[in-house]
Design a protein around this ligand. Sequence first.
Ligand SMILES: [Zn+2]
Length: 173
Amino acid sequence: MLPCAQVIKDINSYLKKLEKNMSVTVTSENLSSLISDDVALITYCNERKQQLSASPSQSFFRVYALLIVEDEKKELSIIEGTNTEPDYIGGSICAERAALSNPLARGKTVRKVIITADAAQPITPGPLCREFLTAQVAPDVQIVMAGTTGENIVSVPLGYISLTIYFDLSFAT
Ligand SMILES: [Zn+2]
């Protein structure tokens, strides 16, 4: 077996172990029903965020983004992203842009974006992220946002966030 294939196998078995401890699991079979269940998706994202072993080194503020994407065969899959920060904060990347930059996102249509963070209230994509999202995601795609408890879920179309410059920028990610 090629080393690369072994690494992917190891990662997949590691992820399977993690998923056993979660209340919501995402599979290719249940994703088509899960896509409309914002509470389950936010629960999943918050549980995945809790599994991140370390906080970002500058902000100590974890953000987790999940894209639900569709391929040309209409099959759904997920792509994850988390914020990552080098010592120089200007070189950092946020969760949404990390997910959108994943090679697995290429050529696929984003159907939903879910964002959770280490915050009491939902946070919204920041200006740079809005530009990034607008370039790759249709304006009618729902952006679902929630804080750590998942109690207050905000779901709005990307077009609304992109056009509303002053949409709660104090909590932008
Ligand atoms: Zn961002």
